[in-house]
Design a protein around this ligand. Structure first.
Ligand SMILES: [Zn+2]
Length: 167
């Protein structure tokens, strides 16, 4: 996915999240975090996208989140959670089309994509399951599924915020 899409996806997701948890963030910080959340694409410059397009990049981020939790730094915790959401959105967006990403690298080199199928209208009045990359006029297709997974997780995290943010 292109950098502009990643940036906007991250910024909107981050904005929705901080609003949903009732946190007053400066927009500039969200813009900076959205820019930083493009970091997995540095691995393209290194010639191997696998390096930063896998779920294990969340380990250091999660450790930092827990560190801020232990220290009772609620603001930093919320910024860290926002950043992790943005990075999650990055990986998700890279799974909408193309070759996908090796989610479990280095444990597995297999690439994963959101299933390339949809429930679509095409040459018929009845919607039917279609496969491939030209999924148009669909009730659901990979792009919609990605949006649902992204904002669904943001919504769930906002609902359970009291359990993981310091008081
Ligand atoms: Zn990427």
């Amino acid at each position: 996915m292109d950098s502009l899409f990643h940036f906007v996806f991250a910024l909107v997701g981050g904005y929705v999240f901080v609003k949903a948890v009732g946190f007053e963030s400066r927009l500039l910080f969200l813009v900076l975090l959205a820019l930083l959340s493009e970091f997995p694409d540095v691995s393209h410059l290194m010639g191997n996208l696998a390096l930063l397009h896998n779920i294990f990049i969340f380990v250091p981020l999660l450790l930092l989140f827990l560190f801020f939790h232990k220290k009772g730094k609620k603001n930093l915790q919320i910024y860290m959670a926002t950043f992790m959401i943005m990075v999650y959105g990055h990986l998700l967006a890279d799974m909408i089309f193309g070759i996908g990403i090796p989610l479990f690298f280095p444990l597995s080199a297999e690439f994963y994509l959101i299933p390339q199928m949809g429930l679509c209208m095409y040459d018929s009045s009845f919607p039917h399951i279609m496969y491939g990359s030209n999924l148009v006029e669909c009730f659901f297709a990979p792009s919609g599924v990605a949006l649902t997974l992204y904002f669904g997780v943001i919504g769930i995290l906002a609902l359970v915020k009291n359990y993981f943010f310091s008081k």
